[in-house]
Design a protein around this ligand. Sequence first.
Ligand code: CU
Length: 460
Amino acid sequence: MTRPQLPLTRRSFLAGSAVAGLAAITGCGAPAASGPPALPLRPGPMTLDLAGTGARTWGYGTVPGPEIRLRAGELLRVRVQNGLPDDTTVHWHGLAPPNAMDGVPGVTQRPIAPGGEFLYEFRTPVPGSFMYHAHVGMQLDRGLYGPLVVEPRDEPLAYDREHTLMLDDWADGVDEHRGHAGGEPGTPAVPDAREVVSFGGRRYPFLLVNGRPPEDPAVVEGRPGDRLRLRVMNVAADTGFRFAIAGHPLTITHTDGMPVEPVTVDALRLGMGERYDVLVDLRQRGGTWQIGVQPEGRPGQGRAVLRYTGSPASATPPAESRPAELDGRLAGYDELLATEPLPVPTGSPDRVFDLTLEGTEINGQSYPDADPLPVADGEWVRLNLRNTGAKWHPMHLHGHHFQVRTPSGRGPVKDTVAVPSRGGEVSIDFLATNPGRWLFHCHNHHHMEDGMVRLVDYGR
Ligand SMILES: [Cu+2]
């Protein structure tokens, strides 16, 4: 997709907002009077080629969908033209748009009917690595997702090339006995179940990187001496991933798009909805190196490959080759230090909610039969999350960034946080500065469909 280029005056921004409000009310995406041309996004039925196996699915033309790339402060204008035989919406995961643009059917907008259109239009002041995806039922478990990158006005990092890698578990449109992800639900990867990190239990026959199975891997290319920036995003429904590159350490610079002090690790762990930006120095002389993508808590492996320019295709590692780095050093949230912490005041928060995650219930309730979490504009809000169940839950807050509370006092700023199982606790703070009704939910889509959702509600 092309990048909208027009810097807007304040006047045209306000005009655009008025149009956006109209679109939200009418649900028909009225054409804007000004601003850059809207990018078309056309969800519809399609076939995804999985190394020769055709998978009938729904997507935005390709899987992942087209990259949307803007510069900080620009106006995102996307006209969704629904070619699906079902209602749809688009959610901008990690961005904090006005509430009416958040893409949650029945909460922030009427769903877009088959054949209908909707114009999403809002400013994107905060740079980072984000995703867009459908937010109706289990549509995201198909191919209805894509990357969204907001570049800073002045890039502080130096690198030669960048690549985005979207990690996914896949079952749509394929015979479930095909594929090579392997393993039945509950098959322990290690003997002691207490040690298993599992974000879900369903069987997904394929593990994909950028829509490609291990037999036909995505290729990341660079020259010796290059520094790569990788934007690694977990868009799976039910699978947490471990990510590592054979022979190449990873330097984390951002989590969920927000900057942290650089820390070098062997591997990443990503719950569903989480993203990490890493820098990778190509210090080998050449060759083709396995990028291992291993599901947490179950067998199988997805992969991509890192190919030094000029290396022969015959040098590609076998699909099942497993980088030893997958067992190497990870960085926990405690080790990540925000370089731009939230401006939380001193003292204590205005509101504290203690939320116990039990199975797929939150404090014994399942959405929509669940109490909203009331907040008021300007408040400092704390969520204390405790997970008594056996699955890790990646909890995602719409419309806000939050700060993970860690001993350093400078924990990472994120929008999705993985709460460990069996008594795991995570505490997060956010500033209620974006009025509306916002979902707070588990990003395991099956858990979300089961009602593992609350509304953060500013009231009226
Ligand atoms: Cu969950």
